[in-house]
Design a protein around this ligand. Sequence first.
Ligand code: SAM
Ligand code: SF4
Length: 463
Amino acid sequence: MARTYAIRTFGCQMNEHDSERIAGLLEADGLVPVEGDDDTLADVVVLNTCCIRENADNKLYGHLGHLKSLKDRRPDLQIAVAGCLAQKDREAIRERAPHVDVVFGTHNVHRAAELLQQAATTGPVTEILEETVLEDREAFPSALPTRRDVGYAAWVTIQIGCDNKCAFCIVPAVRGPEISRPVDDIVAEVEALAADGVTEVTLLGQNVNSFGRDGAGQPRPLFAPLLRAVGAVEGIRRVRYTSPHPKDLRADTIAAMAETPTVCEHLHLPLQSGSDRVLAAMHRGYTGERYLAKVAAARAAIDDLAVTTDIIVGFPGETDDDFADTLAVAAEARFDGAYTFIYSPRPGTEAAERVDQFVDPAVVSERYERLRVVIDRSAQAAYAERVGRVEEVVVEGPSRTNPDLTTGRTRQNRLVHFTAEPLRAGTLATVEITRAGGHSLRGELREVLAAPRHRTRIPVVAG
Ligand code: SAM
Ligand code: SF4
């Protein structure tokens, strides 16, 4: 019987995509996914970690504690810890959890299967590389075998690492400097995905608008031409991307979005704070006013654009006045939604040193709630405004909370639950919107526009 594996992913889309690659590598090595939802039945458990906020660390050690008793009973169980926290904490993980078999970081994901084999014969292995080896095309996540859970949609990494120095952020320390992937490779991967029936791609990078700038003197297309090239690949119906940095969002990207019909009308533009003083302390490189001007320019050029954001509450030194500026910018930006975070000091980052300026947690929670009210108000207004319209949706499958309903996603990335006969995931349809909630819409199927193009079998592709 083939050995089984389970991967538990914490954190962002980059990590989810890395997990797809780890799954692809393990399957190429003869393992099969464990059946059902119970990870603990697997022969190999991989925890792909995140270290952006503190609760991610706590979650990891909670899981490792649980796996320890399992491994006491089943010594053949192999446990691997991968990802950003592994890159950051290295030996600390082994010290706190000696039952872990393999620790590997963000620069050697491609070694997952070999390291597990090695550990089976030689005992526990820790392999953390300091940086990605440039010549090694395997360094780019999408160049590895991938096991996608969703047949119709795929992530495509266009850039790894980050060259910015946002004072709160651990990403540059754990993902290394920015490296852009060659345009031809990206377009070739999207063509291969389209040939495999994928109709929606999401381009991934920490600062996609600086794509290509690390080209070492090579004249390379930047993000806007890339968006146009990917958007023109035959068979691709929807292109999304995340994340652009407001300081680098330029008119050419906005024009490429407006002029490429496949690029969705959704801009996720992380604000972080609305206070110029805090933005400067964060080293974000823009002011509240400049941010709003970019949002206005994007809305003016792109019809029916949804704008979402990330905001941090309680950055060290944030005063009541600073926070009032954040509320004011958020209200003016009329966000369709936001990921709101409580500032979490990350050891090794500049802001984590400013212990004397940490904001009282009670003040932070109160600010956090006030921000949520402002965000929810504009989100609800944006959702309510859809009632009566006919929206194009891509079907995701039966609704998780009510199997009588089908769930789809609009071009603006809004969820719609609607009544319809069962439709396969990836079906393109139109839905009339009948009701709006704060985070989703309700509707009725109008018309099926196109069937999905992928086979039902879950494909394993090599880039
Ligand atoms: N590269 C993206 C950008 O520049 O906006 C962000 C990537 S980060 C994975 C996602 C979000 O996590 C950030 O936008 C920020 O709001 C949040 N974040 C990062 N570090 C944080 C920290 N120390 N405490 C709280 N939130 C944090
Ligand atoms: Fe972190 Fe800033 Fe880079 Fe985003 S741009 S990953 S927030 S350092």
